[in-house]
Ligand binder design. Structure first.
Ligand code: NAP
Length: 259
């Protein structure tokens, strides 16, 4: 049987990279994406670690619809039709209603929402043909519990969740599952730099900020990217074939909701 192929957005670092690593451990081939030079170094590191799988890399900025179209065309030209699609488009600009301009709203629409719809338009038909597919959306606890300072994230992530729920109902009969995972705090470069900004503003050390944030999480710690990636890897597996249309927090108990 051919190896399954996973396309993982924003996977040169952070959560996306940990998911790519986890899927390679399960024997899949992966397509990784990112904007910067670290994409190539990540490709080389992962390929060296998993020599019996293939690691493909396509430089893509998810805030550009031209880039997404180019990514789709390159994948199709290479004959790499993804069985697993991990929607992970990089975080939007933080800010409150007052801070965010109409132009910011337009830009975030492409990155946070339209990029995912474009990828699904391109690759869902192939999954239907194979009667097998997995779509895993990397969202945020902010989609469930909005905060004033992340209005773009709160808005477009909730919109995407409902678009995915709606689609999951349509394609469940085709062996395709679609689920959303919501991280709370995962120790990636992005989070470290956000914490560093907070530390600088508050005149505190980075360690102090990390300790304060960890104290607000019932698990009393910030997740590693690998802690988070386990659930994505599970949802991509055969065993997860009856789980669809869900929104699953992977957040150490941060979001306080029962259902
Ligand atoms: N870490 C957390 O605690 C946390 C919490 C809640 C939600 N989230 C969300 O989970 C997702 C992944 O988070 P993360 O912490 O791993 O960090 P991230 O820093 O937002 O993204 C890491 C990866 O995405 C790529 N990337 C960033 N912006 C991109 C863009 N416009 N187009 C294409 N690739 C892009 C980065 O590579 P390049 O920089 O090279 O492009 C890198 O490979 C994000 O949507 C984030 O907002 C994270």
């Amino acid at each position: 049987m051919n190896k399954r192929i996973a396309l993982i957005g924003g996977s040169s670092a952070g959560i996306g990279r940990a998911i790519a690593n986890g899927l390679l451990e399960k024997g899949l081939n992966v397509i990784i994406t990112g904007r910067s030079a670290r994409l190539e170094s990540t490709k080389l590191e992962l390929q060296a670690k998993f020599p019996s799988s293939s690691v493909y890399a396509f430089a893509t900025d998810y805030s550009s619809s031209e880039d997404i179209s180019r990514l789709i065309a390159s994948i199709e030209a290479a004959g790499l039709f993804p069985d697993v699609l991990v929607l992970n488009s990089g975080g939007p600009r933080p800010g409150t209603f007052d801070d965010i301009s109409i132009e910011d709203w337009d830009a975030a629409f492409q990155q946070q929402f339209k990029s995912s719809i474009m990828l699904m338009k391109a690759f869902l038909p192939g999954m239907k043909k194979k009667q097998w597919g997995r779509i895993i959306n990397i969202s945020s606890s902010i989609a469930i519990e909005p905060t004033p300072g992340m209005i773009l994230s709160a808005s477009y992530r909730a919109m995407l969740v409902n678009a995915l729920k709606s689609t999951s109902l349509l394609v469940a009969k085709d062996g395709i599952t679609i689920n959303t995972l919501c991280p709370g705090a995962v120790m990636t470069d992005r989070l470290t730099s956000l914490f560093q900004q907070q530390a600088d503003t508050a005149g505190k050390s980075l360690e102090e900020i990390i300790k304060n944030v960890a104290a607000t999480i019932p698990a009393q710690r910030i997740a590693s990217p690998e802690d988070f990636a386990h659930m994505a890897v599970f949802l991509a597996a055969e065993e997860a074939n009856y789980i669809t249309g869900t929104v699953i927090p992977v957040d150490g108990g941060l979001v306080k909701k029962s259902f």
